[in-house]
Design a protein around this ligand. Structure first.
Ligand code: BG6
Length: 479
């Protein structure tokens, strides 16, 4: 498939990972323990990530995939070389908070952790790769959870402020693009991952979630302010788990339900991009008896330090209805949606909708009128090497081709400003939702299974060459 419309000259093509899903080395060079280390594979994973089951220590009954992950802490040079070979212009990675501040509340950072990321960023620049750094990707030091209760405690804002001040200062000139919180709206659905929240018996969950949400939003504005003060070249983005919710049918009740579901996600970005809580959310919280813990100065901070760009993940669209019978759920990215009869789904039940990406891009651009950045997109699939060890992942190429085409249309036909595109899990890594290794997204295969067996050997998949060609041709050669 040849495209006559090119992507912009300085378009940031690349791939994305998160520290806890790829680094491993969870206890070396002074790193402290994080919530994400303690999330096992298996049936207990979901109750733990949603804050319903307390699990604050390792045990022998579970396997913890983040402990070793794909060992990128030790292999980052070889892995970044492969990204360079594909022609990446950017690499999105996250910083493990516990490498910089092992407990989270120390006054002085851990030099070994700081040095590790400095080396990673320098390695990226060797290949002309611009790092795009997520400051927190679902991780929170365990000490901040056991001693302070996670993000329900305002003190976390101070600790986060210390973290960002240290990293913006240290990495000035090495990193320009920052994301404050990965998929910030995920607090509503996976509060232990999103905010280090485990719910105590009898606790008002909605109140706790919105307390934590306010604290993260304040922390995000504060980070934006500090980033700009330390280096005016810094560009800071918010990060939304996106994917528009369609009404199941044109009954106004379904349309209204879809609007409500979409607003549940937009509310976060409304604050981060427009600088204030939207009226519809304030009214809803009032009805629910939820009080936002707004302190003096918060409103001004939120208003004055809004983000420079809107980043988001997109895997799938969603469907909303008020019809109870239809609410027989299908799987989705942690938060589920009604099945869309017009769409195919992945092996994990995620519905595949490339046009939905174009629609989502237009919605976000209309609403915020700021540049967008797609920082996650991809197909989680089982890859089976053939007898020669080759991985012919045509299904992944098909998925990505259709989504790249949708982006191209949004840019060139609709006029959406898009800074870049980083596919999720450009190298196979641990799944955040399930903890599995067999749910693979990468252009690079990693020999490791769900139980942690394997040589960790890296092998280029067929999609590796395909993506390289897409980048080299500025998105015109999608064959
Ligand atoms: C996003 C997360 O929710 O989706 C990633 O930011 C995650 O951390 C990705 O890995 C894909 O989800 P999963 O569950 O397939 O790993």
């Amino acid at each position: 498939m040849k495209n006559t419309m090119r992507f912009p000259e300085n378009f940031l093509w690349g791939g994305a990972t998160a520290a806890n899903q790829c680094e491993g080395a969870y206890d070396v060079d002074g790193r402290g323990l994080a919530n994400v280390d303690l999330v096992p594979v298996g049936k207990d994973r979901f109750p733990i990530i949603t804050g319903e089951k307390k699990h604050f220590a390792f045990d022998d009954a579970h396997f913890y995939p983040a402990k070793g992950a794909i060992d990128m802490y030790n292999t980052y040079k070889e892995d970044i070389a492969l990204f360079g070979e594909m022609g990446f212009k950017t690499y999105r990675l996250s910083i493990a908070w516990t490498r910089i501040f092992p407990k989270g509340d120390e006054l002085e950072p851990n030099e070994e952790g700081l040095l590790f990321y400095e080396n990673v960023f320098k390695e990226c620049h060797k290949y002309g790769i611009e790092p795009l750094v997520t400051i927190t990707h679902f991780d929170c030091p365990m000490h901040l959870i056991t001693e302070y209760g996670g993000w329900r405690n305002r003190k976390l804002v101070d600790f986060y402020e210390r973290l960002v001040t240290v990293i913006f200062t240290r990495y000035k000139g090495l990193v320009k693009y920052w994301l404050t919180f990965n998929e910030i709206n995920m607090i509503l659905h996976a509060p232990f991952m999103g905010a280090g929240i485990y719910f105590e018996e009898g606790e008002n969950k909605l109140q706790t979630k919105f307390t934590a949400i306010h604290h993260e939003l304040v922390a995000s504005s504060l980070a934006t302010k500090i980033a700009h003060e330390i280096d005016p070249e810094n560009k800071v983005g918010c990060m939304l788990a996106a994917g528009l919710s369609y009404p199941y049918n044109c009954a106004p009740g379904d349309v209204f339900k879809a609007q409500k579901d979409n607003r549940q996600n937009y509310a976060f970005i409304d604050v981060q991009s427009r600088g204030a809580y939207p009226a519809y959310l304030l009214k809803e919280l009032e009805r629910e008896g939820v009080v936002l813990p707004i302190l003096e100065g918060d409103a001004e901070l939120l208003a004055e330090h809004t983000v420079d760009f809107i980043s988001f993940s997109y895997y799938s669209s969603r469907v909303s209805t008020e019809n109870e019978e239809l609410l027989a759920q299908t799987a989705g990215n942690i938060f589920a949606s009604v099945k869309n009869p017009f769409l195919e789904a992945s092996e994990w039940g995620w519905q595949i909708d490339p046009l939905g990406l174009r629609i989502t891009m237009n919605e976000l651009y209309d609403r915020y009128q700021k540049p967008l950045f797609i920082v996650e997109n991809g197909l989680g699939a089982v890859d089976i090497p053939d007898a020669q060890g080759a991985i012919n992942d045509d299904y992944r190429i098909d998925y990505l081709r259709a989504h790249v085409q949708a982006m191209n249309d949004a840019i060139n036909l609709d006029g959406v400003e898009l800074l870049g595109y980083t596919t999720w899990g450009c190298i196979d890594l641990v799944s955040a939702g399930t903890g599995e290794m067999k749910k693979r997204y990468g252009f690079i295969y990693v020999d490791r299974d769900n139980d942690g067996n394997g040589t960790l050997k890296r092998t280029k998949k067929k999609s590796f060459g395909w993506y390289k060609k897409v980048i080299a041709s500025a998105g015109t050669d999608l064959d």
